[in-house]
Ligand binder design. Sequence first.
Ligand code: FMN
Length: 174
Amino acid sequence: MKVMIAFATVEGQTEKIAGFVEEELRKNGHEVSVVKVTHEGQTPAFEDYDKVILAASVHERRHPKSFEVLLASQKEMLANKSTLLLSVSLKAAFEDGLEEAQDYVDEMKLRTGFEPDKEALVAGAVRSSSYDYFQSQVVTHVLLGEHGHDSRGREQEFTDWERLTSITKEFVEA
Ligand SMILES: Cc1cc2nc3c(=O)[nH]c(=O)nc-3n(C[C@H](O)[C@H](O)[C@H](O)COP(=O)(O)O)c2cc1C
């Protein structure tokens, strides 16, 4: 199967996720291309692929603008492909955050008009070393809250790699 992974990241966790999925799919004999979505980058050649995995992280309730612009402008092309959306956020790491994590996806679908065939909420990571004071306050108090983590001191990865493997394998091999 020819698979395209198009991803947008801010601190790098979604890039790590895209690389992990690429490796896993390659191990299973699939032909995989990975493209980073940016404002300056070229539109990925979706037409050359059977399946498309679209992955992006959430900051202040939204996926990157470049990612939304791509979805909105390519929605007709993507409608003819088999698509999986991976939405990477910290709210997705906790049972009591899943409803909000789903809201981010639903709001993006409304704004862009893009409807993936499958979608998954994927837990991201705390990357304290890349935060300024404001970002560290947002992550500690607004996002993690009573989950008790202090993002000023530690890096922490919440991504469930096994779950990611089964979601993407099931999508590609369906
Ligand atoms: C300033 C800031 C704002 C964020 N806003 C949200 C948010 O609104 N909801 C959420 O669930 N996660 C939020 N996150 C957490 C990120 O989605 C998470 O750290 C993710 O792993 C980032 O992925 P990336 O490294 O690929 O950009 C935020 C993180 C930062 C630093």
